[in-house]
Design a protein around this ligand. Structure first.
Ligand code: PMP
Length: 317
């Protein structure tokens, strides 16, 4: 019994970093961190267990407590796993615009799912800023009513610190520090801020680029045309509270079609099956091919799996 984990929680993180071989890029090499290898099949397992154990250490979360989370699904799935293993009741509040695969999985993991109907005019598989605000309001109300503990990923510094200490340092170790640039799609900003902090502390000249939907280049300071894009998990045109401009070397954006086409390309040509934001991240990384020197290494993350979007049009041809 020398290679056994004490519980599924010990299988979170330490995900593989994989070279892409069929990008068609002339100058750069792209490496992707396959975050769907974690038990909840997303990068958010890392912050879920991080926030729960931080609250336990601080005495904020105690046996018998209820945990509540506002999520686009993935953080909820991570929290549901952590709460199932540790014995907390878990309620997740999410927009009906998120894919039903996440809802099904959350329920299977023992979570109570509160679905907030979409706002008038908003469509399925799209979570707009208005939808996001409605979910926030509902979560606030329920947290107060139930005296629940809310590990709020939007303001909890554990969100980015976990990425600095785990995802970021794993990338440095796995690549032997051979990295020239990093790109990441921004939701709460935890992934971008945490990993970029680790990389910049390691070597100041590693370039870091946040990724936004083409129609909502809010952080880049451009006019937001619409937050009704398909890249679930971010692009809500809000500035994360711990956003750190000094980490940013430039902004990248991708259209829905670029994200989808790239996800399909990864699936059919590289055997890698990402969600929308993974497609967006690689599409954005590929844009650096035009400006970076030959042999440059660009790293990004694939936040979750295409299996979470089977009912959407991501892989419907
Ligand atoms: N992609 C997906 C699928 C996500 O669920 C999230 C998180 N909501 C992100 C990207 C963005 O990550 P972060 O919140 O760390 O910016």
């Amino acid at each position: 019994m020398d290679d056994v984990r004490a519980s599924v929680l010990s299988t979170i993180g330490n995900t593989p970093l994989v070279k892409l071989n069929r990008t068609g890029c002339r100058n750069i090499e792209i490496y992707v961190k396959l975050e769907y290898y974690s038990p909840g099949f997303s990068i958010k397992d890392r912050i879920a267990i991080g926030m729960i154990e931080d609250a336990e250490r601080k005495g904020i979360l105690k046996k018998g407590d209820t945990v509540i989370g506002k999520t686009s699904g993935n953080t909820g799935i991570g929290l549901a796993i952590a709460c199932a293993v540790k014995g907390y009741k878990f309620i997740t509040v999410m927009s009906a615009g998120n894919s039903m695969e996440k809802t099904v999985m959350l329920k299977a993991l023992g979570a109570e799912v509160v679905l907030v109907p979409q706002q008038p005019g908003e469509g399925p598989y799209v979570v707009s800023r208005k939808d996001n605000e409605a979910v926030e309001k509902k979560t606030d109300e329920l947290t107060e009513e139930l005296h629940a503990y809310r590990p709020n990923q939007y303001i909890n510094p554990v969100n980015y610190l976990i990425h600095e200490y785990t995802t970021g340092s794993e990338i440095i170790k796995q690549s032997d520090g051979n990295i020239d640039a990093f790109v990441a799609f921004v939701g709460t900003g935890g992934t971008f801020v945490g990993i970029s902090s680790a990389l910049k502390k390691f070597r100041k000249d590693i370039k870091c680029y946040p990724v936004e939907p083409d129609s909502a280049q809010f952080l880049a300071g451009k006019q937001v045309i619409t937050t009704r894009h398909k890249i679930q998990g971010g692009g809500h045109a809000v500035k994360p509270p711990y956003w750190d401009e000094s980490l940013v070397d430039g902004y990248l954006s991708v259209t829905d079609d670029e994200a989808i086409d790239t996800a399909r390309h990864l699936a059919s040509k590289e055997g890698i099956f990402p969600g929308f934001s993974g497609g967006a991240n690689v599409a954005a990384a590929m844009k650096l091919d035009k400006t970076m020197d030959r042999g440059s290494i660009v790293v990004t993350v694939l936040p979750d799996s295409g299996l979470k979007y089977l009912s959407s049009d991501l892989y419907k041809f």
